[in-house]
Write a protein that binds this ligand. Structure first.
Ligand SMILES: [Zn+2]
Length: 439
């Protein structure tokens, strides 16, 4: 049997007074999800382990069957994978925003709406003027808009970096990088008496594979890069012109979210019945998880991560992947999460109805005509309630359906109905284990 997971990011919600006390899943018109709940078996799932934040990377990776205590490395390494940078074992990869600071204050975390094209020019300039001062150790890589990548060869990940979007209108100097507190001394320590530059010089221009800096050395290096980047970026003609026009400059780098290459088995190693699989998502983090999971990333034209995404294109790509021999497809749709963050009730309802009619319907209608049965799961990764406008750490409702499954008594798909689901409350990897055990 083939397997497909259809994930509506942030789709679960809370009861809303304007909807007569119903949740959005209870209120929305979604005949296919309800039909799958009626014919299939439902339950609830805890997607975020204790000690972790309810981020999409945590929840989606748990749903795919990964133990976060073993694999979690932050978003840097996932974004590295999604932009095609293959990490070495001693790489420390950080998300590197180009942000705007003024008078010592963080004004924006996005460099005043930086376009990828302009950012690429700045990133190249940073490599030329700044990374070149640390040959064999520092490298900047262009990502998307204001979101880029910084690789520190031999960097120590036990450093505390402040996510810039959490600190608007705050002074940035007190937020500079520090060694983590409350971490074992052995993890904070380096493993060489040589400086990184000495090691590079003695090792033919590259850092030796086993070299690891201390957390203090890494923090010092990152802070030096941040401080030096300001002068370099402010003198670049792009920013000089912005300043003359009275616009915000993209005038300092801000690295955060760093980690090592994740120790992830591929899904085929974990579930041998998956010989070939793919992931369909507009979101970097999900594509990155897919990469390390050994899945093929299918890029769908017009897939935006927003409510205007190409639902039909994603459905068609998923059907084609299954036809082309994939045993496992993970279709991720971000739109509901974005509507939740915007607090837009009508839009979020629309994204749920779109997922039902424009993605689940064409997939179900097609695969139900096939000789080889397809097992379908539908679920969100976490709730993003419209009245809270951020992710919350609560269980999510799920459906599993395949032809011939013994249905439970649940007849509708929503947070309340699925409490009575036949699967009960599953924890983390139990979902993927149960899903892949269906053959
Ligand atoms: Zn999410």
């Amino acid at each position: 049997m083939k397997h497909i997971i259809i994930l509506g990011d942030g789709m679960a919600d809370h009861p809303v007074e304007r909807l007569g006390g119903k949740t959005l899943l209870q209120y929305a018109n979604k005949p296919y999800m309800d039909m799958l709940a009626k014919k299939g078996k439902t339950g609830r799932l805890v997607t975020v382990p204790d000690g972790f934040h309810p981020g999409s990377e945590v929840a989606n990776s748990s749903i795919m069957g990964y133990d976060q205590n073993e694999v979690y490395e932050g978003r840097g390494p996932l974004e590295a994978a999604s932009i095609g940078y293959e990490m070495s074992p001693n790489d420390f990869a950080l998300r590197c925003n180009i942000i705007n600071v003024n008078d010592g204050i963080i004004v924006t975390h996005n460099g005043g709406n930086l376009e990828t094209e302009d950012a690429d020019v700045l990133i190249k300039y940073l490599n030329e003027k700044l990374a070149s001062q640390y040959p064999g150790i520092v490298k900047f890589i262009t990502g998307i808009q204001y979101r880029h990548l910084l690789i520190i060869k031999g960097g120590n990940k036990y450093v505390d970096c402040a996510p810039p979007h959490d600190h608007p209108n705050e002074e940035w100097k007190p937020l500079l990088v520090k060694p983590m507190e409350g971490v074992d001394e052995a993890l904070l320590a380096g493993n060489s008496d040589k400086t990184p530059a000495e090691d590079v010089a003695e090792n033919g221009g590259i850092l030796s594979d086993e070299y690891r800096m201390s957390a203090q050395q890494t923090a010092d290096l990152l802070n030096e890069l941040i401080l030096k980047s300001q002068e370099i970026l402010e003198n670049h003609p792009f920013n000089v012109a912005r300043k003359e026009r009275g616009e915000r400059m993209a005038n300092i780098i801000w690295p955060w979210g760093g980690g090592y290459r994740p120790h992830m088995l591929t899904l085929s190693q974990m579930y041998p019945q998956i010989k070939k699989g793919s992931v369909i998502s507009a979101v970097d983090l999900i594509r990155g998880i897919g990469h390390y999971a050994g899945l093929r990333n299918i890029i769908v034209e017009g897939a935006t991560g927003l409510a205007n995404t190409n639902y039909e294109g994603k459905a068609a790509a998923a059907i084609q992947a299954l036809k082309d021999g994939d045993d496992f497809v993970y279709v991720h749709v971000e739109a509901s999460d974005e509507a939740g963050h915007d607090g837009d009730l009508e839009l979020k309802l629309k994204t749920i109805e779109n997922l039902d009619q424009r993605l689940i319907k064409p997939i179900f209608d097609e695969v139900s005509t096939w000789d080889e049965p397809v097992c379908i799961a539908v679920l969100p990764d976490h709730p993003t309630p419209v009245e809270i406008r951020t992710h919350v750490k609560e269980p999510v409702p799920f459906i599993i359906y395949y032809p011939g499954i013994e249905p439970d008594s649940v007849e509708k798909y929503d947070e309340v109905s699925c409490v009575s689901g036949g699967y009960g409350m599953l924890q983390l990897q139990e979902f993927m284990n149960a899903f892949m055990a269906i053959n």
